[in-house]
Design a binder for this molecule. Structure first.
Ligand SMILES: [Mg+2]
Length: 371
């Protein structure tokens, strides 16, 4: 049976600056998705937040890029933004860059990751959602999961992974994409993915049978709007086990923090902090950039259910095993913030292209004399 997992997210407004999605906006989404589930439009859902981003997880049988599913998400974001305006919340409707919905939410502001799968006997899924960062922030962990035999033991031990994986990599500057094979083109993959401000992993397949194993949202808000309007705050869907990396191999790259682009005003490098859903809120310098991970099992077109018919959702970073990464993230925050607006704490000139920095250079233009 073919099942589709859709994660569609949007910053529709936040309580107290860019801090967190408040309950009234979560309620708007839950009421709509409950109605959609009862009418049979979707089979299951889960609403959560990554900092100030409202995240809609919908499981259904309608395939990727489905007009009905995208319209459902679009209407929810419109209604939630309306609610945010009524409550005078901060940045109400921030990511809704276009007004007329034309059948697909891609390119309109919200981030989208969708994966249609042929359900296996048991299909564990992890959904990652980050706040205060950009699409390239998943390059490093996805490489570790599917390309690094020093991280994923299965690449060495499980013969069903010996054929390796294929990475689809998007060039956000040229708007082109390329598929590279790992391990055959390992060095080329690292060469591109290391430039995480430009190249982004958009999809991963198992090479021997093209089984889809990971998808990410690759929206660059600045490229849609032509200026800095907010952080891209990406989501990713990763499939685990049975000839794919185990759940633990998918989570082990987050044992330590690593640096991502985004943070305050989308203009700084910051240490990613893996957190539980209860700590999914941004504070220090609007961060540090946070990452949540929820896990579930796909079951007959939906999510395995627990008591009262509620989907069984696991909060994967709600675990002291990630305390070290959180501690490192705070320590690195302290090091970088001590540097203020000096590189490498702040992004390079190229990374600042869509911020207000060019206006400052423009203002000083006439005062530069030949040296
Ligand atoms: Mg955000």
């Amino acid at each position: 049976m073919r099942t589709t997992i859709s994660v569609i997210k949007c910053d529709v407004g936040s309580n107290v600056g860019h801090h967190v999605v408040p309950e009234p906006l979560v309620n708007v989404a839950e009421i709509s998705l409950d109605r959609a589930q009862k009418s049979g439009q979707i089979n299951n859902y889960f609403v959560f937040n990554a900092g100030d981003d409202l995240e809609l997880l919908m499981v259904h049988e309608k395939g990727e890029g489905n007009k009905e599913i995208h319209a459902l998400a679009w209407d929810i974001f419109q209604n939630a933004a309306g609610k945010a305006k009524d409550l005078k919340l901060y940045g109400a409707g921030q990511d809704l860059l276009k007004t007329a919905f034309s059948g697909n939410i891609r390119g309109m502001g919200p981030g989208v990751a969708e994966m249609e799968i042929e359900e296996r006997r048991s299909d564990p899924i992890i959904v990652f959602a980050a706040d205060k960062t950009s699409a390239g922030s998943f390059n490093y962990p996805l490489f570790r999961m599917f390309g690094d035999p020093m991280s994923t033991a299965g690449l060495v031990i499980d013969k069903s992974m010996f054929g390796g994986f294929k990475f689809e990599i998007l060039d956000s500057k040229e708007n082109t994409k390329v598929i590279l094979n790992c391990p055959a083109e390992l060095h080329e993959i690292i060469a591109l993915l290391g430039t995480s401000t430009r190249y982004t992993v958009s999809r991963v397949w198992r090479a021997e049978d093209n089984l889809v194993c990971a998808v990410t949202s690759t929206t660059k808000l600045s490229l849609i709007a032509g200026k800095y309007v907010g952080k891209d705050d990406p989501v990713a869907i990763v499939r685990a086990q049975h000839g794919l990396p185990a759940v633990g191999e998918i989570l082990v790259p987050f044992l330590h923090t690593y640096f991502v682009e985004g943070w305050m005003r989308g203009s700084h490098w910051g240490p990613l902090m893996p957190v539980s859903l209860k700590d999914s809120k941004c504070t220090v310098f609007d961060g540090p950039p946070r990452l949540v991970a929820i896990g579930f099992q796909v079951c007959n077109g939906g999510i395995s259910l627990g008591t009262m018919g509620k989907p069984l959702i696991a909060d994967m970073f709600d675990d002291p095993a990630f305390d070290m990464a959180r501690r490192e993230s705070v320590e690195m925050t302290s090091v970088f913030r001590r540097m203020g607006e000096f590189e490498p704490a702040r992004l390079s000139a190229e990374g600042m292209e869509y911020t207000t920095l060019p206006q400052i250079i423009e203002k000083l233009k006439g005062r530069f004399k030949p040296a």
